[in-house]
Write a new protein. Structure first.
Ligand code: HEC
Ligand code: HEC
Length: 373
């Protein structure tokens, strides 16, 4: 599906000497800014903050390795401190469900790198869906969200689960809005964030998306090695794993760029052997060739987000590596980039160790202890 020339050139270049690939590993993170940068991302919206509404620009601190130019922040939803704070309350508030038991954080828990540790998530009344909860980290770098990319923006994604009968369980978004309005303490917070006491689905989405954009992961051992030039940051095995990732494993073809995701959809065959297999991207595009294709997930924090794949069918990173090594699961729509790899035992171990080096920081939020009354 992808035939990126820059990438081929890159793969070619790494066949050379070690210093060369180390250098290029840095460039893998195309145009990365080094060090912690303070980005004022609140400017650029045509909207002047209305007086008294307290729209304070939110200073997003990007950990080492994350690329400021790749942030996706819509013009009409600049990051402000007030929106982020409101969005955080909405994200953690279990009252925003049909029976006061489910919050976004029920399935995206801070303690599990914003996943739930389950193969597939359980929502309201313990009902199970068919997909595994991906991390909510580094969503600031993507437009399309969900495994099949059906939400075009993070704003759209941020209200989707409320009206899902097996997630938050509201009949529709009007019910959600009514619930938020019934909690008197939210009115003043919407007024502070948006300059008017109105509460709408759209504004709820903007606030939650703003909060989610502050959940970042960078400054991992890998970043310190590749971008920060700290030679000691990666073990020799992890360095070898990186070499396999870029070379023999061909992982870079899809887990591309500083967020290790090409924002494209690929069929690896995961779940294709099940009786009722998930059509994935095909449900959105209606194109036959997208059958069984899913969005390439970021690999940042991946060692913390087991089980893996859209259906949570692989339990450990080693199982994932074995799955790729065998050439995925052949089916009519298998991505041509997926082929048997013939990795050695050592290469497999090193690849896992490399992925473990992608644990970083920037997402350690403290859940609120008090909610609006
Ligand atoms: C019952 C568990 C559950 C609840 C509650 C839930 N989610 Fe999710 N979340 C999931 C699952 C499962 C997926 C994958 C669904 C899919 O791709 O079709 C997902 C996907 C996502 C994604 C997409 C990530 C990506 O890489 O594309 C984001 C972001 C997200 N959820 C945020 C939220 C927010 C915000 C809320 C609250 C409004 C929420 N979730 C509520 C389980 C849940
Ligand atoms: C053809 C594109 C492609 C290539 C090549 C590729 N991946 Fe993936 N990767 C994906 C997609 C798409 C998924 C999700 C597939 C699904 O759930 O059906 C995924 C999922 C994963 C996951 C699970 C992440 C999670 O959060 O569940 C890991 C780990 C992973 N890949 C590592 C690798 C490694 C290591 C390599 C190289 C050996 C590699 N990938 C090569 C596209 C690719």
């Amino acid at each position: 599906m992808t035939g990126n020339n820059a990438q081929k050139g890159f793969l070619h270049a790494i066949k050379g000497s070690r210093p060369r690939w180390v250098f290029i590993a840095g460039v893998l993170l195309l145009f990365v800014t080094s060090g912690m940068i303070q980005a004022d991302l609140s400017t650029g919206s045509g909207q002047a903050p209305s007086p008294g509404s307290g729209q304070t620009p939110y200073q997003l601190a990007l950990p080492l390795g994350l690329e400021k130019d790749s942030l996706v922040i819509p013009e009409d939803n600049p990051l402000t401190k007030e929106k982020v704070e409101l969005g955080k309350l909405l994200f953690f508030d279990k009252r925003l469900s049909a029976n006061d038991t489910i919050a976004c954080s029920s399935c995206h828990m801070p303690s599990m790198a914003f996943t739930d540790g389950q193969p597939v998530s359980a929502g309201i009344h313990g009902q199970k869906g068919g997909r595994s909860a991906p991390t909510a980290i580094n969503r600031a770098f993507s437009s399309a969200q969900f495994w099949d990319g059906r939400a075009a923006t993070l704003e759209e994604q941020s209200v989707g689960p409320f009206a899902n009968p097996i997630e938050h369980g509201f009949k529709d978004h009007d019910e959600l809005v009514a619930k938020v309005k019934s909690i008197a303490g939210y009115g003043p917070l919407f007024e502070r964030a948006f300059g008017s006491p109105a509460i709408t689905t759209d504004l709820i989405g903007k606030a939650i998306a703003s909060f989610q954009r502050t959940l970042l992961s960078g400054n991992s051992a890998y970043d310190r090695f590749a971008v920060g030039n700290e030679e000691q940051a990666l073990s020799a095995n992890a360095q070898n794993g990186l070499r396999v990732f870029l070379g023999k494993g061909q992982c870079l073809r899809c887990h591309f760029g500083f967020n290790f995701a090409d924002e494209q959809y690929h069929n690896l065959g995961v779940g294709s052997n099940k009786k009722e297999s998930d059509v994935g991207r095909q449900a959105v595009t209606k194109k036959d060739e997208d059958t069984g294709a899913f969005k390439t997930p970021t690999l940042r924090e991946v060692a913390k987000t087991a089980p893996f794949m859209h259906d949570g069918s692989l339990t450990t990173l080693r199982e994932v590596v074995d799955f790729y090594d065998q050439g995925g699961l052949p089916n009519a729509h298998l991505d041509p980039a997926i082929k048997p790899l013939n990795l050695t035992e050592q290469e497999k171990k090193d690849l896992v160790e490399f992925m473990e080096s992608l644990n970083g920081e920037g997402w350690n939020v403290t859940p609120p202890t008090q909610f609006p009354k």
